[in-house]
Design a protein around this ligand. Structure first.
Ligand code: B12
Ligand code: SF4
Length: 470
């Protein structure tokens, strides 16, 4: 039996030409593959870096969905059903799990929830010709029994500068706009430390991205993990809760284990908006103090902000940028509050008639306002313009220059700044260069473009060599 797994591409700020260099491989496909019984042959297509081969000889296709990729996933599923009636189509992942009745219109079966424990049943049903329409994970999988993700399935697709790993699932907070606790449960579950360490030891390359919502959610666990990571010579990034800096021992261990970049959910700087998140409340002064501590350890801080809570008015953009500058965070990502299906926030907006139901799921990227914000005269365009303004303001070249600090990982700081700069200014950057008044700026912008071309050329030739050697 042969199964093909497809992970539809996400829209990102990473310009297309950079994807083969910087692409962060999704763990989804390798994790699914690892739990499929070993007598089944598995292949994987990650659409961001690969074409889908609809002619491939397979018996079943497993297509993953997030809300933002659901339209693509359904299109792929429909194409299979039209071109390949011999192939069973399965949809799964967070979106299909929240809306299984919608997903089943495009598939033979929908897998609801974390799928690891369901595979023996799915395969047995396929073999006996008695597949069900819905497979539901009755109990969340025991993370002690996970097989390591089958990363070899996409090893030849891009340069793999960053490896990805997951140590935990689930979240004890129940933020009204978030689906994590609905999908992975309200209990924080961790993998055995030694399994994680074994997996890290087998990874090539120095950079590691933790696909966790908060790897320090269980402090004794995190301390043990970080202790054992010391000496593995990795540099790692993750989202973490700002409270990591409250515990000096934890922070020091994380640093010694290679912590290089943290993503901190600052969500909103407007007091009442914070009520919409269920995380422990942290004052703005405390944020500043903890960010200072992280900086003292040379750690790059990426703050992520959400706009569009009911208390956010039109000043929120400027105030947020000012706050980001005062905190001296190194990078920032800005998001528009998005009502994901299944959440209390989605139900509330639907009931209040504030959802723009003409916008498809492909707008649910946190870059588009899909509802009418009450603090901005119900005008979604104010949010759409505000987020773009924020990126351009935060990633203007003078602002990037001002934040440059020598005690932090310079190549990473510069690469991320350039990617954000190119990603958010792509339409104007040629005009900007041509119209630049000072010769210095014109030369600088041309040098940036020259550097970008050099890096991409060298990456293409390394990738070609890697493929030839495989
Ligand atoms: C890491 C991560 C990212 C990385 C992804 C990197 C990458 N290349 O994959 C980055 C930072 C790029 C990212 C971006 C975004 N993310 Co994100 N991300 C996550 C995070 C933290 C972990 C995802 C992960 O890898 N999990 C590990 C893998 C193994 O689990 P999995 O994908 O769920 O797959 C399992 C099951 O779902 C199942 N499965 C999945 N598909 C299928 C298919 C079949 C057929 C079967 C049988 C089983 C199956 O099998 C796996 C094993 O059980 C989750 C939160 C979370 N805890 O899940 C949010 C999450 C997925 N992200 C979310 C969002 C909203 C986004 C963004 C849209 C917005 C944003 N936050 O910036 C963007 C996407 C950009 C876009 N334009 O579309 C939401 C999605 C909500 C929703 N309803 O869609 C989540 C759930 C976070 C949240 N707070 O709600 N994200
Ligand atoms: S937003 Fe973060 S803290 Fe809140 S439920 Fe989701 S993962 Fe947990």
């Amino acid at each position: 039996m042969k199964i093909e797994i497809i992970v539809p591409s996400k829209q990102t700020y990473v310009p297309n030409q950079w994807r083969k260099v910087l692409h962060l491989f999704s763990l989804t496909g390798p994790a699914i593959a690892a739990s499929i019984p070993s007598d089944v042959e598995v292949s994987l297509t990650e659409q961001s870096v690969d074409e889908i081969d609809y002619e491939r000889e397979i018996d079943m296709v497993c297509i993953s969905t997030m809300t933002s990729t659901a339209v693509k996933a359904y299109r792929i599923a429909d194409t299979y059903r039209e071109k390949r009636p011999d192939v069973k189509v399965l949809l799964g992942g967070i979106h299909a799990s929240m809306l299984p009745d919608e997903a089943i219109a495009h598939a033979d079966a929908v897998v609801i929830g974390e799928s690891e424990e369901l595979w023996p049943e799915i395969i047995a049903d396929f073999r006996s010709g008695s597949m069900k329409k819905f497979y539901r994970c009755a109990e969340l999988p025991d993370l002690c029994r996970l097989n390591p993700p089958r990363r070899e399935l996409h090893a030849a697709k891009c340069l793999y500068v960053f490896n990805t790993i997951q140590t935990s699932r689930g979240c004890p907070y129940k933020c009204r706009f978030c689906s994590v606790h609905l999908f992975s449960g309200g209990k924080y579950r961790t993998r055995p430390v030694d399994d994680v360490i074994d997996e890290i030891r087998n990874l090539k390359g120095r950079y590691l991205f933790f696909m966790d919502d908060n790897p320090t959610g269980n402090v004794p666990y995190a301390k043990e993990l970080f202790r054992k990571m010391i000496g593995l010579n990795k540099k790692w990034f993750s989202q973490v809760h700002i409270s990591i800096a409250d515990d000096d021992e934890l922070l020091l261990l994380a640093k010694k284990a290679g912590l290089t970049v943290v993503g901190i959910g600052l969500e909103s700087i407007i007091g009442d908006s914070l009520k919409a998140t269920a995380k422990p409340k942290v004052s703005l002064e405390k944020y500043k103090e903890n960010i200072r501590k992280l900086h003292k350890h040379g750690i790059i801080v990426l703050g992520s902000f959400i706009y569009g809570f009911d208390d956010d008015d039109e000043d929120v953009f400027e105030r947020t940028i000012r706050f980001a500058q005062e905190c001296k965070i190194d990078h920032a990502s800005f998001h528009i509050l998005t009502p994901y299906p299944g959440t209390a926030f989605y139900d509330q907006l639907k009931e209040e008639g504030r959802l723009n139901e003409s916008l498809g799921w492909d707008h649910y990227t946190t870059r588009n306002a899909v509802f009418r914000p009450s603090g901005m005269n119900q005008d979604p365009d104010k949010l759409n313009k505000g987020i773009l303004w924020s990126y351009r303001e935060f990633y203007s070249l003078p602002s990037v220059w001002k934040r440059l600090k020598l005690n932090r990982h310079l190549p990473l700081y510069l690469t991320a700044s350039l990617v954000f700069y190119f990603g958010t200014h792509k339409d104007e950057r040629i005009t900007e260069r041509k119209e630049a008044k000072s010769l210095g700026l014109r030369v600088f912008l041309s040098t940036l473009e020259w550097a970008e071309k050099k890096i991409l050329d060298s990456a293409s030739s390394s990738l070609a060599k890697k493929r030839a050697a495989m």
